[in-house]
Design a protein around this ligand. Structure first.
Ligand code: SAH
Length: 241
């Protein structure tokens, strides 16, 4: 049988379809994407702090979806490229620029392909809440590393894999509180910090720090918590010069 490039690509088509089906809802702050809106100022502030400001920096947002983080990076002064494979989500992202007046270059391309086309091009690369949706997350981390310029930074976020994360994300957020659509996440694809650390090292990146992102169901608020990476966590690394 003839194989197309897509046969080799690091893509789970069911995942792309899942996000495409929700594409009209990205910018509704009370939609399935509410959590991403709620955590956006926290993760943006964290990235901004560790970059010493974003003005004039070139940024790549991998798995950008409808552009919640991409636009925030642009608003903070970065020159942003956003990539995803879900065509409808990218359409929503482009349409939203008309409303926000921001500029983001959205492209439908895999991160591995972009890494071949534009290696060492970006001051910072972000890849948030995406690694747990791909067949080979290590390959994404590797491509992010290649896309960062020497001395550039890579910011990753994902969900830890342990009974507490299962309870909070799958049982709590998806089933009990209905914060996320049931079936959004697959427990087996959650990523432990040890696995993440291995991919980071294999990609030749230097791990610079980690912080947890903790949800308090009583106040319904999130906060960055460096000492608690048991559920959601963010990692920052640097490509050596
Ligand atoms: N990073 C965004 C969206 C997270 S949702 C944010 O945090 O706000 C996960 C996104 O990953 C979806 O938009 C989905 O289409 C995208 N995605 C899943 N698999 C992908 C792949 N192989 N390549 C690029 N994007 C992918």
């Amino acid at each position: 049988m003839t194989q197309t490039p897509a046969d080799h690509a690091n893509i789970d088509p069911a995942e792309i379809e899942k996000f495409d089906a929700l594409a009209t809802r990205w910018w509704d702050p009370n939609s399935e994407f509410k959590t991403l809106h709620d955590i956006n100022p926290l993760r943006l502030g964290w990235i901004e702090r560790h970059c010493g400001g974003l003005t004039g920096k070139t940024a790549l947002d991998v798995g950008c979806g409808g552009g919640i983080l991409s636009e925030a990076l642009a608003r903070a002064g970065a020159q942003v490229t956003g990539i995803d494979l879900a065509a409808s989500s990218l359409r929503t992202a482009r349409l939203h620029l008309l409303e926000s007046g921001q500029q983001v270059d959205y492209q439908q391309i895999t991160v591995e392909e972009l890494a071949e086309q534009r290696p060492a091009s970006f001051d910072l690369v972000s890849c948030m809440e995406m690694l747990e949706h791909v067949p080979d997350p290590g390959s994404v981390v590797q491509a992010c590393a290649q896309l960062a310029r020497p001395g550039g930074q890579v910011f990753l976020s994902t969900i830890n894999r342990n009974p507490k994360a299962y309870a909070f994300v799958i049982l709590g957020a998806e089933y009990l509180l209905r914060m996320l659509p049931t079936g959004t996440h697959d427990y087996d694809k959650f990523i432990t910090p040890a696995e993440m650390g291995r991919w980071i090292r294999q990609a030749g990146l230097e791990m610079q720090g980690m912080t947890g992102l903790v949800y308090n169901p009583l106040t319904r608020q999130y906060r960055l918590e460096p000492d608690d990476i048991s559920v959601n966590y963010l990692v920052r690394c640097r490509r050596p010069t």
